[in-house]
Design a protein around this ligand. Structure first.
Ligand code: NAP
Length: 346
């Protein structure tokens, strides 16, 4: 199998997790990293013995770069993804795909035009608990789905927001507790429960000195008739594990942190005892700090999925279209909140 060459642009908080994930993936090789701050690029490059660039277009000239991982402030994703796709490179874009639907659509279109693969980074999609729930839904074990709820009661310090000019701004973060943090779980929720029909929401900035929301609550209706809620905040000390609850007329499953903590159905089937025995508790990665408990395993699974997609000419598991859905829900929540909680149809 030929090695697929990867490069990273943006050498901040999340970039080392990409570098580790690429290093640990069979068939993938990190060849270059780029940051407009050349010392930051050099530091990461040295750690992984690759070449450092401060000029993105120079890095794109390398023929051994087949995939570019976009690890930039969220509002810059579209412009550098467009450059990469126009240079014929496949792209893996950190969440959110970008911060408006127009920019997400532009990313999807430019990747199609250039016939390059596009993946949105959502490591939580690859967690075994979410896969088990999806499987139980597809085999009808929940019966009619009734409720799907997400609760992300996290904490981010003011220092975190002050650590980068783009954090907590509408222009480059695109939102706060929802667009930056809760989006991981909103994505999993819509992936498991299906498309959202409408939302009604209130968002507030209660504590943090930022433009965007630090606390938000939304009521949602899914197209399949089920109801749900989304609670997202970065203003609850000390930061609790994120929870996703999936409930139906004949079953309930709850993911907390990275673990299944509830797995109950009206009819047991062989294998349930394995799930129940595995029920435990691990702290979710971002509860109180963006990278403190983060491991690169989820990113590794996504890099590996991209390598397979390229080698077998398939769509990556979390495509651009798929990654766009969480942005659509969050933008609808913001619109509802701006209109005093009026229902917004997607
Ligand atoms: N999947 C996850 O769990 C996870 C976790 C954290 C973050 N993220 C996502 O990853 C992205 C980056 O977040 P982060 O926390 O890593 O941000 P960060 O620490 O601010 O890193 C971004 C880096 O990109 C550099 N940069 C900005 N514009 C550039 C340009 N035009 N060319 C080259 N480099 C440029 C920045 O330099 P300056 O500081 O000099 O501007 C900075 O070094 C965001 O979209 C975020 O939502 C995902």
């Amino acid at each position: 199998m030929r090695e697929i060459g990867f490069a990273i642009v943006g050498c901040g908080n999340i970039a080392p997790f990409h570098a580790e994930a690429i290093r640990d993936t069979e068939g993938a090789e990190l060849v270059a990293v780029c940051d407009k701050d050349s010392s930051r690029a050099a530091e990461l490059a040295e750690k992984f013995s690759v070449e450092a660039y401060s000029d993105f277009s120079e890095m794109l000239k390398r023929e051994d770069v087949h995939v570019v991982n976009i690890c930039l402030p969220s509002g810059l994703h579209e412009s550098l993804t467009t450059q990469a796709a126009n240079a014929g490179k496949h792209v893996m874009v950190e969440k959110p795909l970008d911060i408006t639907l127009e920019k997400c659509d532009s990313i999807i279109a430019v990747c199609k035009e250039n016939r390059v693969k596009l993946a949105t980074i959502f490591p939580s999609r690859f967690k075994p608990g979410a896969a088990a729930i999806r499987n139980a839904i597809s085999t009808g074990r929940f019966g009619k789905l009734t409720l799907g709820d997400v609760s992300v009661k996290w904490f981010r310090s003011q220092e975190y927001y002050d650590s980068g000019d783009w954090r907590g701004t509408w222009e480059f973060d695109g939102g706060g507790a929802l667009m930056n943090q809760s989006i991981h779980y909103i994505d999993v929720l819509q992936d498991i429960m299906g498309s959202v029909e409408s939302v009604s929401a209130i968002c507030s900035t209660l504590v943090k000195k930022v433009e965007v929301e630090d606390t938000a609550v939304a009521v949602i209706k899914f197209k399949n008739g089920a109801l749900g809620t989304i609670t997202g905040t970065t203003a609850t000390y000390p930061g609790l594990d994120a929870r996703i609850g999936i409930h139906g007329e004949s079953g309930s499953a709850v993911l907390e942190g990275e673990s299944l903590v509830t797995w109950e159905f009206s009819k047991n089937i062989p294998g349930d005892e394995v799930f129940k025995a595995s029920i435990g508790k691990t702290t979710s990665s971002g509860a109180s700090d963006p990278t403190k408990n983060l491991r690169s395993e989820g990113h590794r699974l996504q890099v590996s999925n991209m390598v397979t997609a390229i080698n077998e000419n398939r769509e990556p598991m979390v495509s651009g279209e798929s990654g766009r859905k969480a942005v659509e829900i969050i933008c609808a929540i913001y619109e509802s909140s701006r209109n005093n909680g009026e229902t917004v149809y997607l």
